[in-house]
Design a protein around this ligand. Structure first.
Ligand SMILES: [Zn+2]
Length: 65
């Protein structure tokens, strides 16, 4: 069963805000959530998360005119 839209989960481990504190981050205009356990991965291994971050980001970059 998918989580309700207002039940935020960690982008990496999918733990919910009911289980532990989550911090909101923004990437290319989109918001995502990271828990304290996964924050070091975002900081030190950001390249490993490129796929997940790409899933958060808009499918197409805004066109520059
Ligand atoms: Zn996490």
């Amino acid at each position: 069963m998918p989580a309700p839209a207002d039940n935020h989960v960690c982008l990496i481990c999918a733990q919910s805000e009911a289980e532990l504190p989550l911090a909101a981050w923004r990437f290319q205009g989109r918001e995502f959530w990271i828990c304290p356990d996964c924050l070091p991965r975002l900081i030190h291994h950001r390249a490993e998360l490129a796929e997940r971050l790409a899933a958060v980001a808009p499918a197409e970059p805004p066109s520059v005119s």
